[in-house]
Design a protein around this ligand. Structure first.
Ligand code: GLA
Length: 371
């Protein structure tokens, strides 16, 4: 068992006075490319990271327990703005879908940084649904699990997010990125062995924390849905560069990002398959520029890391996830990663930004039942 899984199991025992019936965990993710394309029915290319939320679960009186916050919450209740909203939302969505469950007790422990754009919320949701499925033998398929978690996020938590994070957390495979068609929900595992290519994926957590509900996220979702309606399309995934002439202002800019990003995801997958990391990196830089200028979700901190990456000769860099803070990634020679981190720290100090945190990730396994 991983450390987080052990912590959840032990805290469960201490708290509920019995062994859990099952222990599961689900990872956070980074997104390589395909930002804000998921809720526009497009493609995304995330990979799971070795930061997880673990749940120890058993039959009980519907008590949720967080080992990290040392806090108990009832499973049944309204949205309150805390960690309990995610398991509550998932239990609600599972019930709505007609699955029969009994009472539970559950302990959560995690090491996905919160509010950082590494999808700690999707990891809690994915771990919760896998735990419920395991305990009650519900037989929910992984894709349906992802859809139910998205429903919890959209309708219970109130963030109009797409399916990427939940899908990545539930379906990623170690050593692979995951290409997801967010319309058909078909996926393809794309091998990503950066080590053999002498490369590393450096993640810069700017420590600018945010909850998506407090950002312009829902606004971006509304604007792109409106632009699709204006164009007479089901979703912007179906838009072409020619359609841009029929739009103006924010609708034009947001749509231009989605149309060009959709093209870049497909090119990026081709580049990975050809092991053309130069091309792959170039697409990451282009994605960042589009997210900064057209989708307007970058921040000075994220831009500073991307600028430092480019000046250090990194192959590519971009914000990862929604933006408005959180993390950015850079594809860099393995030997250069530490220097890039130091250089970024210095630039952050000079610009009076908070102290960033760095990680190096390789593609990790998706959600697993471990006991
Ligand atoms: C957040 C959302 C995802 C996706 C990304 C942007 O992570 O939860 O559904 O829209 O932002 O790519």
């Amino acid at each position: 068992m991983r450390d987080t899984e052990q912590r959840a199991a032990e805290a469960y025992k201490e708290n509920f006075g019995a062994e859990p019936d099952a222990v599961v965990s689900a990872p956070g993710r980074i997104n390589l490319i395909g930002e804000h394309t998921d809720y526009n029915d497009g493609h995304v290319l995330p990979c799971a990271v070795e930061r997880r939320v673990a749940v120890a679960i058993g039959r009980g009186n519907n008590e949720l327990h967080s080992a990290d916050f040392d806090e108990k919450q009832p499973l049944n209740g309204e949205k309150e703005g805390g960690w309990q909203d995610y398991p509550r939302g998932v239990a609600w969505a599972v019930k709505q879908a007609g699955y029969e469950t009994g009472g539970i007790n559950a302990t959560f422990a995690g090491d996905v940084p919160l509010g950082s754009g590494l999808s700690s919320s999707a990891a809690i949701e994915a771990a919760t649904i896998l735990a419920l499925d395991t305990l009650f033998g519900l037989g929910i398929g992984r894709k349906e699990m992802a859809s139910l978690c998205m429903k919890a996020e959209n309708e219970f938590v109130g963030v109009q997010s797409g399916i990427m994070d939940q899908y990545a957390s539930l379906l990623c495979k170690e050593g692979n990125a995951l290409l997801v068609d967010c319309r058909s929900l078909e996926e393809e595992h794309v091998p990503l062995d950066l080590e053999s290519a002498g490369l590393a994926l450096l993640v810069c957590d700017t420590r600018v924390e945010r909850e998506l509900g407090d950002t312009g996220y829902n606004d971006r979702q509304e604007t792109t849905a409106r632009a699709a309606r204006k164009l007479g399309l089901e979703a912007l995934r179906d838009a072409s560069e020619d359609d841009l002439e029929r739009l103006s202002d924010d609708e034009l800019k947001r749509t231009r990002h989605v149309v060009t990003e959709q093209r870049r995801v497909m090119q990026a997958v081709e580049a990975l398959k050809n092991e053309d990391f130069e091309m792959f990196g170039k697409l990451l830089y282009e994605s960042h520029a589009s997210l900064r200028e057209d989708y307007e979700v970058s921040t000075p901190e994220l831009d500073t890391f991307v600028e430092a990456s480019s000046e250090a000769g990194a192959l590519g860099a971009k914000v990862t996830g929604a933006g408005w803070g959180g993390c950015a990634i850079a594809l860099v020679s393995a030997g250069e990663a530490d220097r890039l981190a130091d250089d970024t720290r210095q630039r952050f100090t000079e610009r009076d930004f908070g102290e960033p945190v760095f990680y190096q990730f390789v593609p990790a396994a998706g959600a697993e039942v471990v006991a």
